[in-house]
Design a protein around this ligand. Structure first.
Ligand code: NAG
Ligand code: NAG
Ligand code: NAG
Ligand code: NAG
Ligand code: NAG
Ligand code: NAG
Length: 417
């Protein structure tokens, strides 16, 4: 009995081993088969294997002092294999430095970390940030090979959202005419949701002046109104709460005011508002006209004074035709939200497999400052493949400024920070 069952066991183990070997062999062939030629070659050269290794991304720093949990929210699509190219892995153990294809650094957390002690040839060191300046980067020369941020001139741009044309088939030829204006009341004129009361942009100064001319309901920590649960704009994503959205949609306008007026810095506030039935009033340094359809928002900084903005909002609020015109774009475009769970982070893995992807984006005049004629002198990546001065690229190149009552010629008044 005993020896028979042992024999059976042996046979079973042998069969299992053979099966696993066969499946693995098949697996390799399948993967090889789906790899484009040039990638195929690169991988074989690198690994001397038939099996393509994933690109290893070593996360060197924390994200706002948080560990892997926070990073995996940012890279959710990558980690959960929802990317078109998902053959990349995120690792956190510094001992894996030698085997990493890329090393990622979060700008804000950099001061708490020493840079890696050595540098492997062909390893990409990547500067990552979703926050506008200021940030301390002075001593970091020729450190980073790539940048990954909301800035549209990053090597891997990861904006907070994007507005993309609907597929031709889903555009209804005769859209049902929706009267957005009919459900609104002037008693609920403008909502502003804000938890960060004193900001770099001085948006609060703007609103302080504005409230002399129109009613603004302030939700969150800096006001008296409440909706939904606690809102922390810092903790990305917690803002998207049904209760708050329903509240906001009762208003004529929603203030999507950025806390910094910097190049390309347009956060989720704007993209979330676009998804609701409310007109976003924006205040920031990005070139909204370049990334959003015409008549999808009202730009506060297009007006000479807060008073003039108030006058215009009053006009729009009183006229159904004018009001509804700000929703016509919804028939042709959809809004894709970025962080967290951003699909844009997928581009990093694609680019690691094919570095020629995602060349500098070709949006000219990316900011309000450029549109106002300010020349940006940004030192980008040099011919040796790294940024000689990341501070110049990120901080200087963001040309952040503050709102200044009554002064609209930014260059003349030198109110850049
Ligand atoms: C206006 O409110 C009514 C009743 O709540 C609703 O059925 C209708 O869809 C709303 N219209 C729009 C444009 O949201
Ligand atoms: C909301 O925040 C306040 C102060 O930060 C805190 O005391 C309270 O418990 C929070 N409420 C919820 C529901 O999280
Ligand atoms: C509303 O605006 C439209 C378009 O600007 C204009 O033709 C119309 O006269 C306005 N209606 C009123 C009542 O002011
Ligand atoms: C960028 O756009 C401009 C204007 O549309 C065009 O002339 C130029 O060739 C484009 N550059 C690249 C690199 O695509
Ligand atoms: C590239 O590196 C070499 C050697 O360090 C240096 O002499 C050269 O100036 C660098 N080129 C650029 C464009 O920075
Ligand atoms: C990355 O930057 C380093 C430091 O400047 C440089 O030596 C290296 O060649 C760069 N790597 C690539 C692949 O460009």
């Amino acid at each position: 009995m005993m020896s028979l069952s042992r024999g059976v066991m042996r046979v079973m183990v042998l069969v299992t081993v053979m099966l696993v070997t066969y499946i693995l062999y098949l697996g390799h062939h399948k993967l090889d088969h789906f790899l484009p030629e040039e990638r195929h070659e690169g991988i074989i050269k690198r690994t001397h294997h038939q099996c393509p290794l994933p690109k290893r991304i070593l996360i060197w720093t924390t994200y706002w002092h948080e560990q892997s949990f926070a990073w995996e929210r940012i890279f959710f699509r990558q980690v959960s294999r929802q990317c078109p190219v998902s053959n990349c892995e995120l690792v956190y153990d510094h001992r894996l430095l030698d085997s990493a294809d890329a090393v990622l650094f979060h700008a804000i957390d950099l001061p708490q970390f020493k840079l890696p002690p050595k540098r492997i040839l062909e390893q990409m060191w990547i500067f990552f940030t979703l926050e506008a300046p200021p940030v301390e980067l002075k001593h970091l020369r020729n450190v980073f090979n790539w940048t990954m941020s909301y800035r549209l001139d990053s090597d891997v741009p990861v904006p907070y959202g994007r507005i993309i044309p609907k597929s031709q088939s889903s555009i209804t030829t005769a859209p049902p005419v929706k009267d957005y204006w009919a459900n609104k009341t002037k008693y609920k004129m403008a909502a502003w949701m804000v938890s960060h009361c004193g900001t770099e942009s001085r948006r609060e100064w703007f609103v302080k002046e504005l409230v002399h001319f129109m009613k603004v309901d302030v939700f969150g920590r800096c006001g008296f109104k409440k909706c939904g649960k606690n809102i922390s704009l810092r903790t990305l994503g917690t803002f998207n709460q049904d209760e708050c959205n329903a509240e906001i949609e009762q208003y004529m306008f929603y203030f999507a005011f950025e806390n910094s007026i910097c190049q390309d810095y347009i956060t989720e506030k704007f993209f979330l508002a676009l998804q609701l039935d409310v007109i976003p009033v924006v205040f920031g340094g990005g070139n909204y006209a370049a990334i959003a359809p015409i008549n999808s928002y009202i730009n506060a900084l297009d007006f000479k004074t807060p008073k003039e903005l108030a006058k215009y909002l009053e006009l729009v609020a009183e006229n159904a035709t004018m009001y509804n015109k700000y929703f016509e774009w919804k028939n042709k475009y959809i809004v894709e939200l970025g962080h967290p769970f951003s699909p844009m982070v997928c581009d990093l893995c694609s680019k690691l497999h094919d570095p020629t992807q995602f060349k500098l984006s070709n949006i000219t005049k990316r900011s309000g400052a450029e549109a106002a004629g300010v020349k940006l002198s940004v030192q980008g990546r040099d011919n040796n493949g790294s940024y000689p001065d990341i501070d110049s690229w990120f901080v200087k190149g963001s040309s952040c400024r503050i709102w200044w009552s009554g002064q609209h010629d930014y260059e003349k008044h030198g109110n850049f920070v």
